[in-house]
Design a protein around this ligand. Structure first.
Ligand code: NAD
Ligand code: MN
Length: 390
């Protein structure tokens, strides 16, 4: 059932996070005025700059606010002082020191059980690839269209870290990489169902390092078992992730859905972003059974803070994933339609090169990109349809 209003928790975070979030919210306001849906935004301050001031990563009760939301929108976290990341103090609240902002990113993924990290790798027409400081159109847009599905709750990022001792002496630190049957089965099912829904090549590539990492060979076994028993219509494909890093740039058109572990998914989605024009175009959704958090996949890019220079398209595309997910979940045709029109608007702005930021060789501001997308979006709705907000 469509809702009168969707409660969106917004976590702007650090660095360029607040900036790209404000550009994306401008688009969401345009969605409200054009399509008649309503968002009720709740902004929560968080991240490394907040930690420096308050010795905690966000206000008490914030996790429950996230849990209660219809969806979460995250900018980026990671604050630097003298070029160094701000970390939480060891043992408070974690056994080892972690980036201040862990609670918002990996904490939310785990605590809200957002087990599938969905990262579409798509290229819009006229978007260029930067190689040796030159901007080139390397691929046709229709060649780059696949989705990385990254297991988001275990693997190297969330496993236990222990002090290693030899003869009673501290010699280093080790992290046990986990892949459990439950988490692996559900991510494989998610990926295979996505390949069915996309209805394109109907191929799922399992990307891992099963030849040397035990947990990955288990991941691959479960993939084979679940995919062959439950999804006989889906073609199975396998790749070791070191080799995959070059294939995904040499032959990106070979891929449809790629299922992978947590750390490997992080690596291959930034690498894959090269073929979609860079991190300024790469969006991700952290999806659970009934909750979700959407984010650009880039970090806080501290050196660009406050310059209105970076490309907000990634964050706007993350919002678009949110519109699509909310539309599906609530059976709300206004959201689904808005998502389709927003996607066309992003494509139009880049195809016509209406506002080109530095990462594409231009000198437009981030706000110019948002303004152009907003205009293209509003032009897709007849004026008489736009409701005035109370
Ligand atoms: P980063 O993604 O922040 O930036 C790397 C480079 O990518 C930037 O210098 C810039 O050249 C480019 N870039 C990033 N976003 C862009 C955009 N929207 N438009 C144009 N170009 C863009 O990665 P980093 O420098 O390794 O990390 C910076 C901080 O972010 C660190 O504190 C790191 O821990 C944190 N981080 C946070 C997240 C997250 O919040 N999910 C993810 C990755 C890194
Ligand atoms: Mn990353």
């Amino acid at each position: 059932m469509p809702k009168d209003s969707y409660h969106i928790v917004v976590l702007p975070g650090d660095g360029i996070g607040p900036e790209v979030i404000s550009h994306a919210q401008r688009i969401l306001r345009a969605v409200e005025s054009a399509s008649g849906v309503n968002f009720d935004f709740e902004e929560i301050p968080c991240g490394g700059h907040y930690y420096l001031k308050h010795e905690k990563e966000w206000p008490d009760g914030s996790l429950d606010r996230c849990r209660a939301a219809d969806a979460i929108l995250l900018g980026a976290v990671g604050h630097q002082v003298d070029g160094k990341d701000v970390f939480t103090k060891p043992g408070r609240p974690y056994p080892t020191s972690r980036l201040a902002g862990y609670a918002q990113v990996i904490g939310n993924r785990q605590n809200l059980d957002l087990y599938a990290n969905v990262r579409p790798i798509r290229l819009y027409p006229s978007v260029k690839t930067k190689i040796s400081n030159q901007f080139k159109e390397v691929w046709n847009a229709d060649m780059i269209d696949y989705v990385i599905v990254r297991e988001n709750t275990e693997g190297a990022y969330t496993s236990e870290t222990v002090d290693l001792e030899e003869n009673g002496k501290f010699v280093g630190r080790g992290t046990m990489i986990r892949a459990t049957r439950k988490a692996t089965e559900r991510i494989v099912r998610f990926a295979c169902n996505l390949a069915r829904d996309r209805n394109q090549e109907k191929r799922v590539t399992c990307c891992d390092k099963a030849n040397v990492i035990g947990a990955h060979s288990f991941f691959r076994e479960i993939f084979t078992e679940i995919a062959s028993n439950e999804f006989p219509d889906i073609e199975r494909d396998y790749a070791y992730f070191d080799a995959f890093c070059q294939w995904q740039l040499r032959s990106p058109e070979n891929y449809d859905v790629v299922v992978t572990t947590n750390l490997v998914g992080d690596v291959i989605s930034d690498n894959g972003a090269i073929a979609q024009g860079g991190l300024g175009f790469a969006a991700g959704g952290n999806i659970g059974n009934d909750r979700a958090m959407f984010e650009p996949i880039h970090g806080s890019a501290p050196k660009y803070t406050g310059m209105n220079k970076v490309n907000p398209t990634a964050c706007i595309l993350a919002c678009n994933m949110m519109l699509e997910w909310l539309g599906d979940k609530h059976g709300d045709p206004a959201l689904t339609e808005a998502s389709k029109r927003l996607d066309e608007s992003v494509a139009e702005v880049w195809a016509l090169q209406k506002a080109v930021t530095y990462d594409q060789g231009g000198s437009a501001k981030g706000s110019d990109v948002a303004e152009a997308i907003e205009e293209a979006f509003l032009s897709r709705y007849p004026v008489s349809n736009t409701k005035s907000k109370s």
